[in-house]
Design a protein around this ligand. Structure first.
Ligand SMILES: [Zn+2]
Ligand SMILES: [Zn+2]
Length: 308
């Protein structure tokens, strides 16, 4: 009896130590440099502009976001949509928390409720309305991926098409609980392809308006149809909206992936996400002028004006 108890205690201690070790820093090896080290050209129209629309916050810690992050380092994860104004038609990158978020989260499993405390701010649709924004100018919502926190605001934007890749559209249909919210939004999903050539080392690309100002590339891993949206502004500023490729910028700057548990729960293909992370790290090393915006890193939005 005593021997059984000792064995059980030992097993629990070993499992606990193993689990704990998955949160420790473990930088991935540096990626090889980009084979084509030139910044793709862009001719953004003078009227182009970017605005942030904060829709909510989730209280987390750095340890939740990347290996080596501290549990004592509290991070408010931003739930922010980004409005790209372009004379050919405005785009909203992700939709953030919508008006129905409290109802929508009931579709999520018990462990989600156990670990998630969120705060609502005004929804993207309400922020647009408050700013006197003419919704006819909004050409589409461009999703970085279809997880609940990016798709929640879609029902408030009914009538506006939602652009997704074919892979992500399929994921919405058969992704289980992790895309349950997206399935219930009633959104009009429209698929787009990657007809363009290589872009910053990504094999294919989609140049939305043909001027290089908004270029989407496939970055499967976190979800099967995740994308990265590169935006070039007339002043010369460049952005990479990387969605949830990493949750905080240290994921790329320190080449630290999500801890094991978070990878297992959140990433459809952890190895794919790791490859995309390393590729983005190579881009960051070669082009430090590109501002990388992980969807939930509040620091990445500093300097982006809130829609007036
Ligand atoms: Zn997210
Ligand atoms: Zn996600």
């Amino acid at each position: 009896m005593l021997r059984t108890l000792v064995v059980v205690v030992l097993l629990v201690a070993v499992a606990g130590a193993l689990f704990w070790s998955t949160f420790r820093a473990a930088p991935l090896p540096p990626p090889p440099p980009l084979t084509d080290p030139t910044l793709p050209p862009a001719s953004p129209p003078a009227a182009m502009a970017l605005y942030q629309l904060p829709t909510g916050i989730i209280h987390r810690s750095a340890a939740f976001a990347y290996r080596g992050g501290s549990f004592a380092d509290a991070r408010d994860f931003a739930m922010t949509a980004v409005l790209v104004r372009h004379p050919a038609g405005d785009l909203l990158i992700d939709s953030g928390f919508g008006r129905d978020i409290d109802t929508q989260v009931r579709l999520m499993p018990w462990f989600f409720h156990l670990t998630t405390r969120y705060e609502r701010l005004a929804s993207a649709a309400d922020r647009l309305a408050a700013a006197g924004y003419d919704r006819a100018r909004l050409r589409a919502v461009l999703l970085t991926h279809a997880h609940w926190d990016h798709a929640s605001g879609l029902p408030d934007l009914a009538g506006t098409p939602v652009w997704v890749t074919a892979e992500e559209h399929r994921f919405v249909e058969d992704g289980g609980w992790i895309t349950a919210v997206a399935r219930t939004t009633g959104a009009r999903f429209e698929e787009y392809g990657f007809e363009g050539g290589p872009y910053l080392g990504f094999p294919r690309s989609h140049d939305v308006y043909g001027d290089g100002s908004i270029v989407v590339v496939p970055a499967p891993g976190h979800t099967p149809g995740s994308v990265i949206v590169f935006v070039a502004l007339p002043a010369g500023t460049r952005y990479a909206f990387v969605g949830d490729l990493v949750w905080q910028r240290e994921g790329i700057t320190q080449r630290e992936e999500r801890p094991w548990l978070q990878r297992t729960l959140a990433d459809a293909d952890a190895a794919g996400a790791r490859a995309q992370l390393l590729h983005m790290a190579a881009i960051a090393a070669r082009f430090p002028q590109i501002r990388i915006v992980p969807a939930h890193d509040a620091r990445a939005y500093v300097g982006l004006p809130v829609l007036p």
